[in-house]
Write a protein that binds this ligand. Structure first.
Ligand code: AMP
Ligand code: GLY
Length: 421
């Protein structure tokens, strides 16, 4: 089979690494891929906004299956576009992708189907938002509608902070908008919860804990994710049952009621408070860096699972997992998540090879004449698999130290809530 994987992050590198293990594979193309995927796949530089060019490439190379990694092409409708042209593609439709593409769509769905989530109000003007905020108790959470790469969310401790957030959102910091969301702040512990669905049936696809803040002890600005571990230490059979019954199943049923279905990975960003789950957000894809910790624990054939989903045959498959702990530390470029430089040489990376339990997934990298250069804020992912998170973290950090990249930084406390608990 010939496969095309769309995306260029650590998530897509980890998906590609798992896919090439399948016996059914002949060629794997990464569009556009990164410096890591270029060593075992064919990187093809096409802009993911250009559906026409992607389709032309798929026809030319006779690609049998397309796997979509990131949210943007999903929200823009790439699955509908390719399916209309008879291409087998794994990912949710444009309608189902609204679960991530519009926070207001999801909040309204939660309200209608009584899915536990923060109380909220939607406003269409700055004046009305501010007059509501004047009477509110703080903290409150203020969000821009639409995709903002995890950055359109403000946790405001007082009125002045909220005023600034409202101003930034309405003046278009995250794209032109006339809508804003004000949410109750839920004080709990976060968990990333995944299912894989074929539209009729779904299976649990493990759990993880992300670390979104740039600084140690969860301080500072929000990022795409500085590290993760899997499985989450919060999950238990009892909590799992509650999540499925109160959150996942009502969501899938709500889509079915509208004659829609969800095919692909669904990622529920949850807040757990007093052992009760609350939905903070949905993402319609795997998480990054959660994916890099979850896939190495998978014993089953990922390609078989994905094909079964595309053909509505997931029910028969029993997904198997290794009984191990997995932890990822992300090496970032200095300055991230704000200004950082690209095109910086990473000299020693080629000397360090991925091993069975010590994996390296590239994210923001590119290759020129056999040399790896940085090409983004989150640059490399160091994932270690073991019997406990403490050892996994030690190993990941040891690998980072061996690379000794002067332009990089990382959080050395990934997993602190479970390791030091
Ligand atoms: P989101 O992009 O909606 O996932 O929000 C980004 C981050 O903001 C989440 O991962 C949470 O840490 C935090 N957050 C969002 N909404 C809430 C809420 N209602 N209560 C507490 N924290 C929240
Ligand atoms: N790790 C957060 C995300 O993938 O959205």
């Amino acid at each position: 089979m010939k496969i095309a994987i769309l995306g260029s992050g650590g998530r897509e590198h980890s998906i590609a690494s798992q896919i090439v293990k399948s016996k059914k594979i002949s060629d794997v193309y990464c569009v556009p891929g990164n410096g890591g995927t270029s060593s075992f796949c064919k990187n093809i530089n096409i802009d993911l906004d250009n559906f026409g060019k992607i389709y032309k490439f798929i026809k030319e190379k006779e690609i049998n299956l397309v796997i979509v990694g990131p949210e943007k092409p999903l929200v823009n409708g790439i699955v509908d576009y390719l399916q209309k042209r008879k291409v087998l593609v794994f990912g949710p439709s444009k309608f189902a992708s609204k679960l991530e593409g519009s926070k207001i769509f999801t909040k309204k769905l939660c309200k209608k189907y009584k899915i536990p989530s923060a109380n909220f109000e939607v406003f269409f003007s700055k004046k009305k938002t501010l007059s509501f905020l004047k009477k509110s108790n703080f903290p409150v959470v203020i969000k821009a509608d639409g995709l903002a790469s995890g950055k359109g969310v403000y946790i405001c401790k007082n009125f002045n902070e909220s005023k600034k957030a409202v101003h930034e959102i309405f003046t278009g910091k995250f794209g032109k908008t006339n809508k804003i969301l004000v949410e109750e702040f839920i004080n709990g512990e976060e968990m990333s919860y995944f299912i894989i669905s074929d539209g009729k049936n779904y299976k649990l696809f493990n759990t993880a804990q992300d670390h979104k803040k740039v600084g140690e002890g969860d301080k500072g600005k929000n990022t795409g994710g500085m590290g993760a571990y899997s499985p989450s230490s919060l999950i238990s059979p009892n909590l799992n049952k509650k999540i499925l019954k109160k959150i996942i199943e009502p969501t899938l049923k709500a889509l079915n009621k509208r004659k829609q279905k969800f095919v692909g990975f669904l990622y529920a960003g949850l807040m757990i408070k007093n052992n009760e789950p609350y939905l903070i957000e949905y993402n319609v894809r795997m998480g990054d860096p959660e994916c890099q910790t979850i896939l190495p624990l998978l014993k089953s054939d990922l390609l078989e699972l994905i094909i079964a989903c595309c053909k509505s045959k997931l029910k028969k498959i029993n997904i198997k997992w290794k009984n191990k702990k997995s932890l990822c530390v992300v090496l970032c470029s200095k300055g991230y998540p704000e200004k950082f430089k690209n095109n910086l040489k990473i000299c020693k990376i080629n000397k360090l090879k991925s091993k069975k339990n010590n994996l390296i997934f590239h994210a923001g990298t590119k290759v020129k004449k056999d040399t790896i250069y940085s090409n983004g804020g989150r640059v490399l992912n160091f994932v270690s698999i073991g019997n406990n998170f403490f050892n996994s973290r030690k190993q990941s950090i040891a690998s980072i130290k061996r690379i000794n990249w002067k332009n990089g930084f990382y959080r050395s406390d990934i997993g602190y809530k479970t390791i030091d608990r």
